[in-house]
Design a protein around this ligand. Structure first.
Ligand code: 9MR
Length: 454
């Protein structure tokens, strides 16, 4: 049993390491000059005066999920906890537990909260949607709901999505409980009531498919203009940005700018970028470019307050449940390993664009080999840099396949292997190291691959 090592960078000086133990191998690849890992996204965003937010699920706010949510984001949006069906499941009977938990967590971590959402056609309780209410009763119910929820969190929720998704794709008003009962002025009535309930909160209308210039965003634009003209309180528009890989609208920045020119703020409120599974490196690279384009469009416009992602990890995303065969829409994978999209967000906010792991070295070793199987190991050494997460990649040249890994999350697509830290070992201190292992199969030969980090 033994190891063979060589370096791509200084191959000749390592000739002595070719010890003739030819069947087993290791490869050392030194990455370029040391560079500290990026600051957390929220520090980068704070320095730019921008929001970097995430939707969160209250019941998940512990362990790694809580650590990442607190470390990386300066705003939180309850994904579901503040919706009507969550807070008043039966009439007059309230449940604030999850919403309270999120607001408390945000305050404990110096984060602001985006309230979501007060007036919507969806996720309303059955007693409301099935009730046979007169317009006057509906109005009272809606106004009381706004009062109750906004008063509870008065001064603690910095911005509210007061009205959610009021338009159809063609720019006509969506026929909802509220539109049908109260007419289109339910929007103005709700905003006016919201201002009275919490004068300190920024009041928004929020919708999807309004990121580029199109019929729907133009309807929203015309509504905001007319509300401003009438003196109805409106502080901003939320562009949800549930996007499809490779389809960031070319008019994104222009659209943000035209709302800004109306004298309102713009927030990107629910960003995710979904792809057809399985994940490939090419798709992740496209996704990173898409995240970068969205971030850059917001960063470029002063009145764009910032970007909130709709869940920060693929383990807490609505996409797989709603779009069959699609997913991987958020900046972190299911194991909290940051994806290239994370680096793209950081880079747009002024961080370095170094991928995680840059500045450390990875050594691939075959530590055991038999018949058609082998055990491999990768050791990451960080001499003069520290990491908060890492990724290691290689391509097998002789048909090897990994079938099990430990202390890392490894995915093999064709011949390409990509491993990222497990939730518990992403941190490598300066001068420290971390090791992970895997079992695989081989036949014919088992040459050592070229390993790279990032
Ligand atoms: O993320 C939310 C998901 O858990 C719910 O099942 C879904 C039900 O409609 O709502 C999701 O959030 C939506 C948000 O509240 C409004 N814009 C669209 C979001 C995705 O559906």
């Amino acid at each position: 049993m033994g190891t063979r090592k060589r370096s791509l960078r200084t191959g000749s000086s390592l000739a002595s390491l070719f010890t003739g133990l030819a069947t087993l191998g290791a490869l050392l690849l030194a990455a370029p000059a040391a560079q500290s890992a990026d600051a957390p996204l929220r520090d980068l965003a704070d320095a730019k005066g921008k929001v970097i937010g995430t939707a969160v699920t209250g019941s998940k706010l512990s362990g790694t999920y809580a650590e990442v949510a607190a470390r990386e984001f300066n705003w939180l949006t309850p994904g579901n906890a503040m919706k009507w069906e969550s807070v008043e499941p039966s009439r007059g009977s309230f449940n604030w537990a999850e919403a309270d938990r999120i607001v408390d967590f945000a305050e404990a971590n110096g984060q602001q909260v985006r309230g979501h959402t007060l007036v919507w056609h969806s996720q309303n309780p059955g007693w409301l949607t099935n009730g046979d209410f007169t317009p006057a009763e509906l109005r009272t119910l809606l106004m009381d709901h706004i009062d109750t929820e906004m008063t509870r969190y008065r001064g603690r929720v910095a911005a509210w999505d007061v009205v959610n998704e009021p338009f159809n794709e063609d720019g006509t008003y969506r026929q909802t409980l509220w539109y049908d009962g109260l007419g289109q002025d339910y929007i103005a009535e709700a905003l006016t009531r919201a201002r009275a309930a919490d004068p300190s909160a920024r009041l928004y209308i929020n919708d999807y498919n309004v990121e580029g210039v199109n019929a729907k965003s133009t309807a929203l634009y015309n509504l905001v203009r007319s509300l401003k003209e009438r003196g109805v309180p409106i502080d901003g528009v939320g562009l949800q940005a549930h996007l499809i890989l490779g389809q960031v609208p070319g008019t994104f920045q222009q659209n943000i700018q035209r709302f800004a020119d109306l004298g309102v703020d713009v927030a990107i409120t629910e960003l995710d970028i979904r792809m057809q599974l399985p994940v490939t490196d090419a798709k992740l690279a496209q996704q990173a470019a898409d995240y970068r384009a969205v971030m850059d469009a917001c960063v470029a416009v002063d009145r764009c307050s910032g970007v909130t992602v709709w869940g920060f990890t693929d383990s807490d995303s609505w996409i797989p449940d709603w779009f069959e065969g699609q997913g991987a829409a958020t900046p972190y994978d299911e194991n909290y390993a940051p994806k290239p999209a994370y680096d793209a967000i950081a880079a747009s906010l002024g961080g370095t664009s170094e991928p995680p792991g840059e500045g450390c070295t990875a050594t691939y070793s075959v530590v055991n080999e038999w018949n058609t199987g082998f055990t491999g190991q990768v050791r990451i050494d960080c001499a003069d840099t520290a990491l908060s997460s890492w990724r290691v990649n290689w391509t097998y040249g002789a048909g090897q396949r990994i079938n099990q890994a430990w202390n890392a999350d490894c995915v093999q697509t064709g011949t390409a292997v990509r491993c990222s830290n497990a939730s518990y070992n992403g941190t490598v201190p300066r001068g420290g190291s971390v090791t992970f292992g895997f079992n695989g199969t081989w036949s014919g030969s088992n040459p050592v691959p070229v390993v790279s980090m990032g």
